[in-house]
Design a protein around this ligand. Structure first.
Ligand SMILES: [Zn+2]
Length: 318
């Protein structure tokens, strides 16, 4: 696989998926919401029209086509909220700006000290409360003012943050591990897939300081090699979660899979699996996904192939 294959689709503004969503100190619910938002998987008017669910995709407040960028940034309602947000430096959201391009900037904005919030803690909650206000208007006919929506966002962000601070810190291994992503546990996953019988052998290997563990899982009715790769990674992450590992580097030789995860682009074949991977990633303090060559992934590849062959022999016997 050439390294050029790993580049993000040029048409979409790039989003630093980890900094911009997964590594934010926000609740899993809001993380999931952001994930869906950036996947264009939340039902705003424009998307409902594209999917032929409705013919009227206009914003209920101003009558403009309700795209994600409109609803969350460009609508006068949203503009007023962002302008009033207690950031140290104001957020200039005039013109046709788009959410993916400005998101990292919004997450880096510090709040004025009395709010007690640090950068990255308020912007996600503002998006969430713009979404809630929109739904309350459409489904309950209830109008929430910009001030109310902003107050709710600030209150929710503060409440969640202070609840987290009150929790006892998780038990630590002694000595604590160095805080670099190179010094973490490693998951290698791979899949072997047979088109003729739609069977996959999933294999994964988890390397920790204590040693290395191998896992396999035969899986029937898998539609493609790419899905099989996604399933192997998901099952591997599930094992890491069950082993209570906190810092992970996940490696796969499927460039397509890693590219889809890291770019946050929508992939119809992988959608459900990526959603699971996103949910699972909330269990780790830090997690990254890297592409490695097939050569470097051969131990997991061997596990996957043995698993597939074993399963086929078992099916032939029965
Ligand atoms: Zn509007």
């Amino acid at each position: 696989m050439r390294t050029e294959d790993l580049e993000v689709n040029e048409e979409e503004p790039a989003l630093n998926w980890f900094k911009g969503v997964w590594n934010l100190h926000i609740s899993p619910k809001i993380k999931m919401f952001l994930w869906k938002l950036f996947q264009k998987a939340i039902p705003v008017g424009e998307i409902l029209v594209e999917r032929h669910i409705t013919t009227d995709g206009r914003c209920k407040r101003c009558g403009t086509l309700e795209s994600i960028d409109h609803l969350f940034l460009q609508c006068p309602f949203a503009r007023k909220i962002w302008r009033a947000a207690p950031f140290v430096s104001t957020f200039e959201n005039s013109g046709l700006i788009d959410l993916k391009s400005v998101w990292s900037n919004l997450c880096e904005k510090n709040c004025v000290p009395p709010t007690g919030l640090v950068s990255g803690q308020l912007a996600p909650w503002i998006l969430w409360h713009i979404w809630c206000a929109r739904n309350q208007l459409i489904f309950e006919g209830k109008t929430i003012t910009e001030e109310e929506a902003l107050t709710k966002a600030i209150t929710a962000a503060k409440e969640w943050t202070s609840n987290q601070e009150q929790r006892p810190p998780p038990p630590r291994k002694i000595p604590p591990r160095p805080q670099t992503m190179t010094n973490c546990d490693v998951l290698n996953s791979d899949a072997a897939w047979r088109a003729s019988n739609l069977t996959a052998g999933l294999g994964w290997m988890i390397k920790t300081q204590e040693g290395s563990s191998d896992f396999t899982l035969p899986t029937p009715l898998v539609g493609s090699a790419l899905i099989a790769e996604g399933l192997a990674l998901r099952e591997g992450m599930t094992s890491c979660r069950d082993m209570r590992l906190r810092k992970m580097r996940c490696e796969s030789d499927s460039a397509q899979l890693i590219k889809t995860i890291n770019s946050g682009t929508f992939h119809p074949e992988l959608y459900g699996i990526i959603s699971d991977i996103c949910n699972l990633s909330c269990f780790f303090d830090e997690i990254s996904f890297s592409w490695i060559s097939r050569e470097k992934n051969k131990a997991a590849d061997k596990l996957a192939k043995l698993c597939l062959v074993g399963e086929e022999a078992f099916m032939a016997d029965t």
